[in-house]
Design a protein around this ligand. Structure first.
Ligand SMILES: [Zn+2]
Length: 166
């Protein structure tokens, strides 16, 4: 990186940080020639990726939006911020290993549900009910019946239904 003060390319990175929404990497650099410090901002490759929505429109990948959806689903559940961030990172890895430039929004949604199901069944059902746009109570019951077949899940129907009615 060229130093903005003396224009020599002889710097050392002293600190690297990612912005809270993951959209930017900030690097503090020290010039080896004049000794002055400067900061650079980079946009990681994942951000350039575009998401193809159901209606066919393309939007830039937005980690913040995914985070908001997850936080809504995990509201008041015993799920840490680190678990939520870890889930998003896992989904991003899946996206990166499967798609090059454009990713179907359905793929992201399905991967998120996959990991949420392992993490917390209430958060999973909340997310699924928004994501899959359950049209009727029947659709919702069908989903509940299906996840209930999973013997690893200890959960209560009444808790989920109460949660749903809010
Ligand atoms: Zn310099």
């Amino acid at each position: 990186m060229k130093c903005p003060h003396c224009h020599q390319d002889n710097d050392k990175v002293t600190d690297t940080r990612t912005s809270p929404d993951g959209s930017e990497i900030r690097r503090r650099r020290t010039c080896g020639n004049c000794g002055k410090r400067f900061t650079t901002f980079e946009r990681p490759e994942a951000v350039q990726r575009r998401v193809v929505k159901r209606d066919g429109t393309r939007v830039p990948y937005n980690r913040e939006k995914i985070l908001q959806g997850l936080e809504r689903a995990c509201w008041k559940r015993k799920i840490s911020d680190a678990q939520i961030t870890g889930l998003i990172t896992q989904v991003e890895k899946d996206v990166e290993s499967t798609f090059e430039k454009e990713v179907d929004s359905r793929f992201i949604g399905e991967r998120m549900m996959h990991y949420l199901a392992e993490l917390d069944q209430v958060a999973y059902v909340r997310f699924a009910s928004v994501y899959r746009h359950f049209e009727s109570a029947d659709d919702f019951i069908k989903e509940l019946t299906e996840i209930r077949r999973n013997p690893d899940w200890e959960w209560s129907t009444s808790e989920l239904l109460r949660d749903r009615s809010k």
